[in-house]
Design a protein around this ligand. Sequence first.
Ligand SMILES: NC(=O)C1=CN([C@@H]2O[C@H](COP(=O)(O)OP(=O)(O)OC[C@H]3O[C@@H](n4cnc5c(N)ncnc54)[C@H](O)[C@@H]3O)[C@@H](O)[C@H]2O)C=CC1
Ligand SMILES: O=C(O)CCC(=O)C(=O)O
Length: 375
Amino acid sequence: MKQVEQLQEVDLFQKIANHEQVVFCNDRQSGLKAIIAIHNTTLGPALGGTRMYPYSSVQEALEDALRLSEGMTAKCAISDVDFGGGKAVIIGDPNKDKSPAMFRALGQFVDSLNGRFITGTDMGTSMNDFIHAAKETKFINGIPESFGGSGDSSIPTAKGILYALKATNQFLFHNDSLDRVYAIQGLGKVGRKVAVHLLEAGAFVYVTDANESVIKSFLNEVRDKQHCIQVVSAEEIYRVNADIFMPCAIGGIINEETIKLLNVKAVVGSANNQLACDKYAASLTEKEILYAPDYIVNAGGLIQIADELYGVNKERVLKKVASIYDTILQLFKDAQDANITTVEAARRECERKLDEQQHRNNFYSRSRRPKWDIK
Ligand SMILES: NC(=O)C1=CN([C@@H]2O[C@H](COP(=O)(O)OP(=O)(O)OC[C@H]3O[C@@H](n4cnc5c(N)ncnc54)[C@H](O)[C@@H]3O)[C@@H](O)[C@H]2O)C=CC1
Ligand SMILES: O=C(O)CCC(=O)C(=O)O
């Protein structure tokens, strides 16, 4: 028994070897079971949303927290914001298990980290949930403006996706018009906003969502565009003949099986960690499918919540979100010139930025930050 315990301990530390800190949060009264993963605070306190998902095991939740927080380090570096990478996951079904008490408990755990981790919404959580968390800690962002936050971060995220789509169309078709065919997986906070805009721009969209009521409500919103929409099943979304496949729900959906099915020229979406692992970037390239790295495409929300550090200026946020167009276009060109995948090109750029900015004050060098006052 003792040997088994020792082995598990070693495995766990191997698993989190690239991370600075992982916190398991358990609140019996509210039922909160959450994991906070802090990947890297070189550039500043760890920043990242909190996801709620009915994980089938603690292992699965931990894997997700580790991968998502690592992605946030890259996202912060490439977006030039003064934050590091972190993320929290709550184990539970967002449609059944949520309560204000659960988010207050999460707020207390976040507060106990004294500014090392700042959080807000992600998949399965909403601004309203974080109003409760913000009663317990100041280290919450992206809550409604009426509560002193920067508001719905899925709005700038959706705008960023549209810029990334334009850049992709420019690169592929030498014309950045959005008037094309898209296959959208997930019509949540981000996917739906993007879909509505694409329809307004004259696009045709294939859509799917795991939740039928989400599809109904979407169709209701875009009643006058029914001829430009086809609802398909969860499986069919991978097979449809479209210009761009847009993952806007869960991660890990670009894998050996789905790559075989894809019938598109590019993959551009909001979901974090779309590739089940990095090797699938090469498989996409082999199939001549252009991949826009998720953490560049979906950085709009991060850009807004990071701007809270300076008191939020929507104009400044929009300008920075618009730069996603140039970043993506340049990345496609760099990858093409160097004959490497877009994932490798993005990784090199992140590493360059992290190296270049090692000198920046960070948690360990006791920087003071205007809003969060990290001591
Ligand atoms: N909200 C934001 O500003 C940002 C979101 N993201 C990422 O974008 C993705 C979507 O985020 P949100 O729209 O905020 O989440 P959300 O929770 O509002 O919406 C997700 C939608 O996907 C659907 N869904 C879940 N599993 C599915 C599946 N297997 N097939 C089809 N549909 C499925 C859900 O029913 C839901 O309608 C997530 O991966 C999130 O991490 C990334 C950056 C910022
Ligand atoms: O957009 C947000 O509200 C949170 C930022 C984040 O966690 C993400 O970009 O994945």
